[in-house]
Ligand binder design. Sequence first.
Ligand code: ME8
Length: 516
Amino acid sequence: MSGAETFYVTTPIYYVNDKPHIGHAYTTLACDVLARFKRLDGFDVKFLTGTDEHGQKVEKSAETAGMAPLALADMNSANFRELARILNCSNDDFIRTTEPRHLAACQALWTALVDKGEIYLGAYEGWYSVRDEAFYAEDELVAGPGGTKLAPTGAPVEWVKEPSYFFRLSAWQDRLLKWYEDNLDCVGPQARRNEVISFVKGGLQDLSVSRTSFKWGIPVPGDEAHIMYVWLDALTNYITAVGYPDTSGDFARYWPNVLHMVGKDIVRFHAVFWPAFLMAADLPPPKRVFAHGWWTNEGQKISKSVGNVIDPLSLIETYGLDQVRYFLLREVPFGNDGDFSHRAMMGRMNSELANDYGNLVQRVLSMIGKNCGGQVPEHGPATDEDREMLDAAHGLLDKVRTAMDRQLYHEALEAIWVVIRAANGYVDRQGPWTLKKTDPPRMGTVLWTLAETIRSLALLTQPFMPTSSGRILDQLGIPEAERGFESFGAAHGLRSGTVLPAPQGVFPRFVEEVAG
Ligand code: ME8
């Protein structure tokens, strides 16, 4: 892999106060699809996920559960690790903030910030939300029930007064604004970028980066009464995992060519605080932060108190893994909010996967199985329609790549489905079942054109639906070594005479169980 362009993609590290739900699965899947796409496209990829284990929120949850914080972290971190496995995620690493490598990185970053004069000792007096692990200014609060004050997220806040170290965030306002201006792609999508810029333009206050009222965290070097602010600790995971404080090796290889994928709830931490911390420590800021939208369940906000949390494992059991992977990235334009409903899931599973894609593959492969001796057929001269079909299929990689580089998964899938639908139209118009009687060589050409189209489609759907796409490629006799995008296109077209295994359906229909 040496010499290949690198691509580093990260999920947020998830809090271990709770079990994983569909929102966590969504972000992790989005990263997995990108990581797989980039690997197939020849990049040297690192894909990181993990868990955020320190702070007051985890400490309190552990207390409520009657557990030691580390015991709670061990248990829930294992759940997140298992979720990534069950989702068939290809992460190269799984980081826990309680690991020694992370302690070393946080303390080194802290020391670097102190050495640069970016951290000073003072006292914090103001609002804090444990649920958000965030400080809020008075004017950000909203009215809650009974005259109480709430964070803008609706989370409870408490008044905190304690000695604290501060990071000179106020000094970074202009440099951050210049960073956004010079790097148009550093925050996406556009709506989030605008939101971040207007927040920074509104003025930045120095940020409290240590706490003294609890113990569960990383001690401040040289002043162990202070625990580092959990967000400074958590954000640092992204450089811990590439070996920081050692800046040779993986750090030099992957940093800063990184995409931090996050939900829109935590864009401020990633697009304001994190680049400021890095620049202040003389390290390059990330290349891109992308904030996706929020899922609701059948129109309702997903919350434990409402009791409508969607368990990704039961979704997978009900609909199938690749179906869930497809649905989540297809249903909602990435970046927008979306709603999960059984009806929508079933609709896409049946119409787009079973009818459009599955049927195309099934029809073509079974015709080849029956009429071409189970071998990739010979193909004669191409007609205009054949050429148009193949050009559409072979032109897909560029379209899909452009969409993926902007995290427009839905556009990538739509482009693929345009070709799937065109291929179904082509089968109907060419009528290979009639050609079988009237013009067998022409039937061979039509079926070859379709099989080659399916090869192109299956190569491109691999990142989204790795298992199903792999099964399609198996049925086309494509060896593992020829499934990268360097094998995409006319120059690598299907070889006539290749013996194919017996075709099998890949995308089952969802059949509603009828009571009685
Ligand atoms: O914020 N819809 O962790 P967290 C879409 N530890 N995405 C959702 C979602 C929903 N309904 N609910 C959660 C933290 N997510 C910090 C991060 S990073 C250095 C530290 C996803 O466990 C989304 O990606 O609260 C969101 O940003 C993340 O889970 C929050 O996970």
